[in-house]
Design a protein around this ligand. Sequence first.
Ligand code: BTN
Length: 252
Amino acid sequence: MMARSEIVGRPFLCDGWRVHEFAVANSTNLLAAKLPAWEAVRADRQTAGRGRFDRGWVSDEGGLWLSAVVPTGPNAAETRALPLAVGLAVCDALQSIGLQQFRLRWPNDVLVENRKLAGLLLDQFVPELAVAGIGINVSNHPEIHDPALKNQTARLADLLAAPPDLRRLTQIVLGHLRRVVHQMQAGGFTSLLPRINLLWGGPRRVQLDLDGELRLGTFTGVGQEGELALLSDGGQKTTYHPWQVRQLQEIH
Ligand code: BTN
């Protein structure tokens, strides 16, 4: 169903993108569903922000709630790897504004220490186009809206002396996203892998929740289609795709 949404002003152009801004949307991913490639939607707040595996996503005022439509082309393997590529672009953007201590936890959570700074949700509503939903906590207060998030989230306002305003942050993120997508189109997903693997680093002990079934092991890297390679304590190597893993826990 279409959002009850309030559009703000006219779309603006940046780095080859056309950006539509809303005061309120149910979910920017749903508003972006009908847009062509290289268009994006930003909302000041979302009333039904969506997270991975049908979880909700608290989207109060002050955060960046952005959805960008990117062309995927017919290559199914690269489409599957896109969440990692979008995560890389968000990390590039965060680095460019001076953030230093963060990591990209497979497949696409951006963490500061053990708190979540950003989350990504990729949707495909029509063939050959993906909607990359990007949520970054900036100066919002997610824990006020969901007390369970207390001490679970990080915000740019607490990490940088002067985070960019939301429109500027939108431009920065979209600029990096376009560059990463072009790099992927030119050199394939594997051309991004060295940088992606550096952002989480390893080896790391992890526990995977495969919809109820738990797997414990050591993460040994991201593979050519964005899959996670897990080495079990018995020495067996298995790979998992993002949609197979409901939750990943780092074991410290
Ligand atoms: C997750 O970590 O579970 C993914 C969260 C993704 C949130 C963003 S905010 C912009 C876009 N619109 C949504 O409804 N969700 C994504």
